[in-house]
Every structure is written in C-alpha cells, then in structure tokens.
Design a protein. Structure first.
Length: 263
C-alpha cells in the first residue's frame, strides 16, 4: 500500500483502490488524537481526492482501537486563545461537507470529541459493534467546538444532543444507531469490508448525479422548503447537459448495467 501520489504524510495514510479513496488516521499511539498537523494533512488529502477523477467515493477510518479519540490534550493544553481559534477554523472542519464526493466513515473503537465531530460531518456512517462514542469536552471545562453543538441536531433530537453534551456521557454503537447518528452496526472485524462494499456500489453511480444530490441535501439545512425545491429542480435539470442521464435511461431500457463516465 503506497501513500497517495507518493506523499509521505506523518499523521495519515492515504491510497486509492477501485475508485475509492481511503484516508486512515495514523497516530495509533495517541489513539489517533487530532493535532494541527493531522487536521492539515487530513484536509489536504480530502481536497486532493475531490479533485481526482479516479476517486468516486471516499472512506475515512482509524484502526481497531480508535477511529479518533478527539483532540490531543497535551498539545491543546498549551494553546493560546488565538491558536485555539485557528485550531477550530470552520473551513477545515467543514471540508467533508465541501467535498463533492460521498464520504463514508468506518468506525471502530473510540470515536470521541473531534473524532465524533468528523463522523457527524460524513455522509454515511458504518460502526463496529464495539465502537464507543462521546462528546466529553464538558469534563475539561470546554464544550464541543468543532461542530458538535451544530451538526448533532441535524442528525438527531436537540434534547438528546443537550443531554450528552452537558453530561459528557459515553454511549455504544447500538445507542448511536437508535439516535440515528449512524447508518448501521456490524461486527468490528467486518467494518472495513462493509464500508468498501457500500463504496463500490456507490462508485458505479453517476458521479455528477451524486455530486448534485449531496449538494442539494446539504444545502437544504440552510434553506426553507420552497428554496430547497427550487435548488433541487435546477440541479436536476443541469444533469441533462451531461451524457449520464441518457446513459442510465438507455441502459435501463435495454436491461443492462449503466457505465457512467461523469461527462
């Protein structure tokens, strides 16, 4: 497994296989805790994947012990207020939503704090049955400032979000599933296999249709219904300037599987 485009990253591993771009957090001794370098390299890889026509779907993962255990507290304890503001730069934290391709998180082990906030930014979330979630920042005299107070309420109820943010309580994968924070729970040793199978299915779809669908869904959060419907109509119609709709319709009528070129 070679690092993407031969770049030697220090905190992540990145590679492409079968039209899927993989990015794996690579600070196992620190339980994949986030520091400024990880944020920088992680964002760089996602932006590169988004621009690469070979990549149709992106999978983000950690290792068997931790997806990501949140912020690196040793480094964070020395931050000034100015450095803390830069650390939580919304443009870097929102990079997964800005990426136009579908993003899947494959979750094993600990998914805490900023790691959980990364999951809340992803499109599809596959968790192992031993995964543990929490936004425990309140225990440190802080609160989740990387999107946790905002994105949770778009996936679940506001009172449930307040309970877990105010208490800092931990919860398991089945509880996360019941709260609609993840899509499914599978055995821990099947997480990457299941995420890859789903990614391969999605990768066969029209990349243009996927891009427009993702943007319409994400934009709906900040739009009233009428504006969202108008935005959806325009995005849908624009697809007819490409060959993908004709390819898909013709293949269906002929009983074949469509092969989309995204042009």
């Amino acid at each position: 497994m070679e690092n993407y485009r031969g770049v030697e990253y220090q905190t992540v591993l990145a590679w492409v296989e079968d039209q899927i771009g993989y990015v794996q957090f690579n600070r196992s001794k620190q339980l994949n805790a986030i520091n400024p370098q990880l944020l920088e390299e992680f964002s760089e890889v996602l932006i590169a994947f988004d621009a690469d026509p070979e990549v149709r779907v992106i999978i983000i993962c950690g290792d068997e012990n931790a997806f990501c255990a949140g912020a690196d507290l040793k480094e964070m304890s020395e931050m000034s207020a100015f450095e803390a503001r830069n650390y939580l730069d919304p443009s870097r934290r929102a990079v997964m939503e800005d990426v136009q391709k579908p993003v899947i998180t494959a979750i094993r082990g600990l998914a805490l704090g900023g790691g959980f906030e990364i999951i809340l930014s992803s499109d599809i979330r596959i968790a192992g049955d031993k995964a543990i979630f929490a936004l425990p920042e309140i225990r440190l005299g802080l609160f989740p400032g990387g999107g946790g107070t905002q994105r949770w309420i778009h996936s679940g109820s506001i009172c449930t979000a307040k309970y877990y943010i105010f208490t800092g309580d931990f919860f398991d994968a089945q509880t996360a599933l019941k709260m609609d924070l993840i899509n499914m729970v599978v055995p821990d040793d099947d997480v990457m296999n299941r995420a890859t199978k789903i990614a391969k299915r999605i990768a066969k779809k029209s990349p243009l249709a996927l891009r427009e669908a993702k943007q319409c869904i994400n934009n709906s959060v900040n739009m009233d219904l009428r504006s969202g419907l108008k935005n959806e109509q325009i995005a849908w119609a624009i697809l007819f300037s490409s060959s993908d709709p004709k390819t898909g319709i013709d293949a269906f009528l002929e009983g074949k599987e469509a092969v989309f070129n995204g042009k």
